[in-house]
Design a protein around this ligand. Structure first.
Ligand code: DON
Length: 314
């Protein structure tokens, strides 16, 4: 539970912490391999912290709209687990970090049996998209949207058409990963249809309040904050949080665990979803990225908050 002293300290200090972290944005730049993402304001930084009682603290550009990108992979994994069970999912993706970039294809060929190392790298998330129940890609996308709307507490959540089209037109690397997986028979469905589902869930548009709320559901082990209703089975949240610690920040996950010590997931639009177990959901956005694809100012801000409040789970 949150303590009133900690909450008061956060309310008082968050704006100055945010302005200090904003300076770090100068050391990164917005992703441009998806052309539409390159227009994002490089020095924007926003944060929302949400407590189980519904209280929120926000600072900076917390209303800035951005696309989930890889943050969506945590929730498609959860939906795939709910659709297929652990066995169905882990026949097709592994449980280990790679130490490589998020879009690397290196280990797919190097390590038998050629299944992606984990569900948070692109190859793994594309396989996960194929495991979502639905007769057509449209039905799968609709089920993903319905699930994400419930978790985010916003029935109007949808994908950004321009970002989707921009990624779909330029995703040569993801296409090659997917066709390789098809050749290995890891991907059994039509490649373009699976990719369409993947591009659409990566393009779902949110702000910091949405991801703080999505994080809070995970912080509460799958329970809806207002009602206590189970939205996701606890065991599956446990699996997702384990992946967030070991692979959530890709090949910077070790450093993030040491410096911040919280389950988190980043996306190339600059979002980071982080959670303090049992206590808070946190949404951060800062579009300038480091060379690992994580928000530079966002990571800095999370480190400042975690150190000041002693949030590391380790
Ligand atoms: O597939 C891609 O490359 C993007 N849609 C998502 C990658 C991503 O967000 C990696 N995160 N830091």
């Amino acid at each position: 539970m949150k303590t009133e002293t900690e909450w008061a300290e956060l309310c008082g200090l968050l704006p100055s912490w945010l302005e200090a972290s904003r300076q770090q944005a100068a050391y990164g730049k917005p992703a441009s391999y998806i052309p539409e993402l390159a227009h994002a304001p490089a020095d924007a930084l926003g944060v929302t912290i949400m407590a189980p009682d519904g209280q929120k603290i926000s600072a900076g550009e917390c209303g800035h709209a951005f696309t989930l990108q890889s943050i969506s992979k945590v929730f498609t994994l959860l939906l795939a687990l709910m659709d297929q069970g652990e066995e169905g999912v882990f026949r097709k993706v592994g449980m280990e970090p790679t130490g490589d970039d998020f879009n690397s294809m290196l280990k797919l060929e190097l390590v038998e049996p050629g299944i992606p190392f984990n569900p948070l790298i692109n190859a793994g998330a594309i396989v996960i998209s194929s495991l979502i129940r639905g007769k057509t890609p449209e039905e799968k996308t609709e089920r993903i949207l319905t699930f994400f709307r419930t978790i985010a507490g916003d029935a109007s959540l949808t994908y950004n058409q321009a970002v989707y089209a921009s990624e779909s037109a330029t995703a040569h690397r993801n296409r090659s990963l997917a066709y390789f997986l098809k050749d290995n028979r890891v991907l059994e469905e039509d490649v373009e249809e699976v990719l369409d589902v993947y591009f659409k869930h990566c393009s779902i548009e949110v702000n910091c309040h949405h991801i703080a709320r999505m994080a809070l559901v995970l912080a509460l082990n799958g329970k809806e904050p207002d009602t206590g209703r189970e939205l996701i089975p606890r065991r599956y949240v446990q699996i997702a949080k384990s992946f967030m610690i070991t692979c959530g920040m890709y090949n910077a996950s070790g450093e993030f665990a040491i410096r911040v010590g919280l389950p988190a997931k980043s996306g190339v639009a600059g979002g980071i979803l982080a959670l303090v177990p049992g206590k808070y959901g946190i949404g951060v956005v800062g579009p300038a990225l480091n060379d690992k694809g994580n928000s530079v100012a966002g990571v800095h801000l999370l480190q400042t908050m975690s150190e000041a409040c002693d949030w590391s789970i380790f």
